[in-house]
Design a protein around this ligand. Structure first.
Ligand code: ADP
Ligand code: MG
Length: 344
């Protein structure tokens, strides 16, 4: 499959490599490309269609604006972000954009459905495990303290107060809780890009890679079935591809333990950035990566993280629940540290 592809896309949690034979393309299959850094990762945008360069630039700029907007809106560290202000809990009643309110609302369900594995209120814990800057384990007492403030969904999203610009959320209880949408925002942004692209005439396909969240929009006109090929890295390898999926109009999201992690002397365990709220430690269940393929960016992003934590059996139950709830197809790929790969 790899050899006969005209364009191959290889993904990891944090990057994309692209190979193309641009000379052999007909005009409407040569992509217009751009890159940017958002969500703390390197992102690429490619759009295809019978469009001219100036129109392509307009479209790409609108996509970039959307990405910058969500990066800022959901940032935990930007003092002007809505989430930052909520986490400071200056007031128990806050007015936020509909988008932030929507994610607060659905995250309650995600918490419930995942049996507490997927927890946007776990920011005290996730900040403590700052694996990008850490090389040693947090103290046990620090983990215990962080665990006291998670699992806090004691808030109401007041949809009746819904006006054009903002929605009220009232927070009760623990003011030390930190909300963190890092595991959802990239998928959410892909869905927003999908809505934007649908409005754009002449764009036949687009490939948006937000560091491991690969959104394949539309159909590649020069490919059978219109499919993109997305390669999934073999964890801890030097860029080897473990598996390739052929899709269109899907969001292919991989959560893994092999991009952001540290190790300590005398211990083979990988301390990475997906944290189990059950014990306060990075997951250590033998799974190196979970890839979810669905038409919804938000669901793919939610499930890839949640299933990493839940493991295969409970993870599959959650996937089934989401399939029924949303009436969509969802595929999964597990890659175990033994090298075993399980498809579907
Ligand atoms: P990535 O953002 O690297 O693509 P994920 O989508 O799996 O990977 O999100 C990981 C991020 O989600 C972490 O950096 C942290 O901010 C947050 N997170 C970690 N553990 C959990 C969890 N149990 N539930 C919800 N969010 C989590
Ligand atoms: Mg995720």
């Amino acid at each position: 499959m790899l050899t006969c592809s005209i364009v191959l896309f290889f993904i990891s949690s944090c990057g994309i490599r692209e190979r193309s034979k641009a000379n052999s393309y007909s005009p409407n299959v040569i992509p217009f490309n751009d890159t940017l850094n958002v969500f703390d990762t390197f992102c690429t945008i490619s759009i295809y269609g019978k469009i001219n360069e100036s129109y392509a630039k307009v479209c790409i700029n609108e996509i970039k604006e959307l990405l910058y907007k969500y990066d800022k809106m959901f940032s935990r560290t930007d003092e002007n972000s809505e989430v930052y202000k909520i986490n400071k809990r200056i007031s128990d009643e806050v007015y936020v954009s509909k988008e932030v309110a929507n994610l607060f609302k659905i995250s309650k369900d995600f918490y419930k459905w995942s049996g507490g594995a997927f927890d946007i209120s776990g920011g005290t814990l996730y900040t403590l495990w700052d694996v990008k800057n850490r090389t040693n384990l947090p103290e046990k007492s620090q983990i215990e303290e962080a665990l006291l403030h998670i699992g806090n969904f004691d808030y109401d999203v007041h949809e009746e107060d819904n006006n054009e610009e903002s929605v009220k959320i009232t927070f009760y209880g623990d003011t030390k809780t930190i909300y963190d949408f890092g595991a959802l925002v990239k998928g959410y942004a892909c869905d927003a890009i999908k809505n934007l692209l649908k409005e754009k005439k002449g764009i036949s396909a687009a490939l948006i890679n937000l560091g491991g969240n690969v959104f394949c929009y539309g159909k590649m006109l020069n490919r059978e079935g219109g499919n993109f090929n997305v390669g999934i890295y073999k964890p801890f390898s030097n860029g080897e591809i473990a598996e390739t999926v052929s899709v269109h109009d899907k969001c292919v999201v991989t959560s893994g333990n092999y991009e952001r992690y540290f190790k300590i002397d005398g211990d083979n365990r990988v301390y990475h950035h997906i944290i189990s709220p059950y014990d306060g430690y990075p997951t250590n269940n033998g799974i190196d990566s979970v890839t979810i393929i669905s038409e919804s960016g938000l669901l793919s992003d939610f499930l890839s993280t949640a299933v990493m934590i839940l493991g295969e059996k409970k993870g599959r139950e959650l996937i089934e629940k989401c399939k029924k709830e949303f009436g969509i197809d969802i595929d999964v790929i597990f890659i175990y540290s033994t090298g075993k790969i399980i498809l579907k």
